[in-house]
Design a protein around this ligand. Structure first.
Ligand code: SF4
Length: 231
């Protein structure tokens, strides 16, 4: 399976690193505010970028680009994900994996491989609201819980992050999330941005003051809690 998107230079996708981003087509969620709707809803029509072309780029950029962010879509759906990551690591790149946490077996394999430097996992909402927030009619939350536990107990650096949307999140949800992810090294509340590429548009961002108040609820529960996208 090939990657379907390649951003050669990204200063946003891998904090504190000059990185490139690789996009996997397809996802098992349908988060309404997802900005990669074409990749998620119609993966069969997504571009296919030859792996050799990507490797050739990275062979020439050693020393200039520090890391690679594997994102999507949902990267853990890619059958040969670990083989590709191993090739990137052999070239000396840091690798960050973005995931929605729905496939804990793949995540476990990735964490145990020693090939992943950083994981960013979405916490879509409090467990009781997960299905609706992920755009699904029903969802077994147990795989997500397993992925949260894996990261909390593992030796790979990571973050949890929640895109907060006025119609989906509130203080009660934040308290549930807080209790769930207690002990995480870092947690981000990300600003929702509406746009034409969203799976569904028309929702509302949470104002900065309210988001800051929610952050305060996290104090003492996670290493650092920060806003992202509110500057
Ligand atoms: S936001 Fe992430 S998990 Fe949600 S539909 Fe988009 S790619 Fe999938």
């Amino acid at each position: 399976m090939d990657f379907s998107g390649f951003e050669k230079l990204s200063l946003l996708d891998y904090d504190k690193h000059i990185a490139s981003s690789l996009f996997v087509a397809g996802c098992d969620f349908r988060c309404p505010w997802c900005h990669n709707s074409s990749l998620v809803l119609d993966p069969a029509s997504a571009p296919s970028i030859p792996w050799e072309d990507i490797l050739s780029f990275f062979r020439k950029r050693r020393g200039m680009i520090e890391g690679v962010c594997i994102t999507g879509g949902e990267p853990t759906l890619m059958p040969d994900l670990m083989e590709k990551i191993a090739e990137l690591k052999s070239l000396g790149y840091l690798v960050k994996l973005d995931t929605n946490g729905s496939r804990p077996l793949v995540l476990r394999r990735a964490l145990e491989s020693g090939l992943i430097d950083y994981v960013a996992m979405d916490i879509k909402n409090a467990p009781s609201r997960y299905a609706r927030t992920a755009g699904l009619s029903a969802l077994d939350i147990r795989p997500i819980e397993e992925s949260v536990s894996l990261l909390l107990s593992g030796g790979v650096d990571f973050e949890f992050r929640t895109t907060i949307v006025e119609e989906f999140h509130d203080e009660e949800a934040m308290k549930e999330i807080r209790d769930w992810i207690k002990g995480a090294p870092r947690y981000f509340l990300q600003r929702y941005i509406d746009g034409p590429n969203c799976i569904r548009s028309g929702f509302h961002m949470v104002e900065k003051e309210k988001a800051s108040a929610w952050l305060a609820l996290l104090s003492g529960y996670v290493g650092t809690a920060s806003l992202r996208g509110y500057d």
